[in-house]
Design a binder for this molecule. Structure first.
Ligand SMILES: Nc1ncnc2c1ncn2[C@@H]1O[C@H](COP(=O)(O)OP(=O)(O)O)[C@@H](O)[C@H]1O
Ligand SMILES: [Mg+2]
Length: 431
């Protein structure tokens, strides 16, 4: 630590981590920031260090070499591998839950049990380790039915089956062909919930928390929510589906019992808790928990925080965070993801990336799948190449700003959705 300021190490290589990097570069708390492994865009702004971030011993060695005071963990895989436990036990501050808390994302069967025990509204489900009893359960129930590999599956482990044949195929893939490896050793057979989804992200420090504005992700590749699922083609916040009345129920029926349940179960949770909810006719219900920021939701939430995000992450890592410490800014934010030709099925890599030389006020370009070549030029190296994120007094202004910049990005064959935030803009128009 120099002059009380922090050397920060960010783990990850996507748009979410680039948003964290931007926050570090703006923070008065930060002396130096480095990233592992990072990407081509982040390399223009900070040193990027090679590291297998899924390996806690490698991360600890790197954090020591880098003299890191605070490690910000972006994705779920290092958290589920116990990176925070290893760093904290070595006396290095880390933002993110320890293993015990990370199970809320790494095991959907653990989470379902947690939700049921603490009487938190969620879809009814049963867990199976073999096809025959799972199929018998499916036959006795209704369609559509939701089948979920219990473990981490990079967002690909959930199938919504419309009939018995689809359900049987999915169960055989997960439990017999083991397409998700050990992550599919247990499968949840879950009741289908009808409604509109939203994401609620909390910064949690034991019994204290900050609720960030509700956001909405756009998972499908095509406009009007058509085509295959992706890692996310865009996001916006705040999401009006979470009305003040829904929010009050989310706080009372989901957030409070969840935080009480964690404490009661002896889980020292410090980090981001992402609550995926379905707003159903009976009220909000939990779809899932994630134990880190969503990508791309992170990109629209950090700009809406009033105060220095790094200062918040530091105090959470120290266990001293108080929820009165920060607030949320008025206005809205939106991010449009620019994806590679052929994404998500078969993204083409290696296309040249040309960016505008200057950006208007309130707009940032956050890289996900870019790489710098030895000659310094930028090429694509992943499906979700980059995101254009904009803030505005309202969502319409944020959308105008972001969509004003997107056409100025030149990447052969790249595509994006023109309707990010459209549902909310319609709601705003009707209001
Ligand atoms: N019980 C359910 N009813 C309706 N849709 C669901 C249900 N569970 C999951 N989904 C849909 O499947 C998506 C992925 O499921 P989720 O539990 O979030 O797993 P993951 O993000 O790990 O793939 C959700 O975002 C939602 O659209
Ligand atoms: Mg999900």
């Amino acid at each position: 630590m120099s002059n009380g300021r922090l050397n920060v190490l960010i783990l990850g290589s996507g748009g979410r981590e680039h948003a964290l990097l931007k926050a570090c570069l703006r923070s008065p708390r930060v002396a130096r920031v480095q990233v592992a492994p990072g990407n081509g865009g982040m390399a223009l702004e900070a040193e990027c260090l090679p590291c297998d971030i899924a390996n806690p011993a490698d991360v600890l060695a790197l954090a020591r070499r880098a003299a890191a005071d605070l490690v910000l963990v972006g994705p779920e895989v290092p958290l589920a591998a116990g990176v925070v436990d290893v760093l904290e036990d070595a006396g290095i501050l880390a933002y993110g839950p320890r293993l015990a808390g990370a199970r809320l994302e790494a095991s959907k069967s653990f989470t379902k049990d947690f939700l049921v025990r603490h009487r938190i509204p969620t879809a009814a489900a049963a867990t199976f380790a073999a096809v025959a009893p799972a199929l018998a359960h499916v036959r006795a129930g209704r369609f559509p039915v939701v089948l979920k590999a219990s473990g981490l599956a990079a967002g690909k482990g959930v199938v919504i089956a419309r009939d018995l044949a689809e359900a049987e195929a999915a169960l055989r893939d997960m439990l017999e062909a083991r397409v998700f490896g050990a992550s599919g050793d247990e499968v949840l057979v879950e009741e289908f919930m009808e409604g509109e989804e939203a994401s609620i992200m909390l910064v949690v420090c034991r019994d204290q928390h900050l609720m960030l504005p509700a956001s909405q992700d756009h998972k499908r590749v095509g406009e009007g929510d058509t085509g295959p699922n992706t890692g996310g083609m865009g996001a916006y916040a705040p999401a009006g589906v979470v009305t003040p009345a829904v929010e009050a129920r989310v706080r009372a029926e989901i957030i409070e019992p969840t935080l009480r349940g964690l404490l009661a179960d002896g889980i020292d949770y410090r980090g981001t808790l992402y609550i995926g909810i379905m707003v159903t006719a009976e009220g909000p219900k939990v779809v899932e928990f994630n134990v880190r920021f969503g990508d791309p939701e992170c990109q629209v939430l950090l700009p809406l925080l009033d105060g220095d995000p790094v200062g918040i992450f530091e105090s959470v890592a120290r266990g001293t965070f108080r929820s009165t410490q920060v607030g949320v800014r008025p206005g809205a934010a939106l991010v449009v993801v620019v994806a590679a030709h052929g994404y998500p099925a078969a993204p083409r890599l290696g296309d040249a990336v040309q960016l505008p030389a200057d950006l208007p006020e309130g707009v940032d370009i956050l890289h996900g799948g870019t790489r710098r070549q030895p000659d310094g030029t930028l090429v694509t190296s992943g499906g979700r190449i980059l995101g254009v994120v904009a803030r505005g007094a309202d969502l319409a202004e944020a959308a105008r700003r972001a969509y004003g910049v997107v056409p100025r990005i030149r990447i052969a064959g790249a595509h994006f959705r023109r309707d990010i935030g459209a549902r909310q803009l319609r709601r705003d128009g009707a209001a």
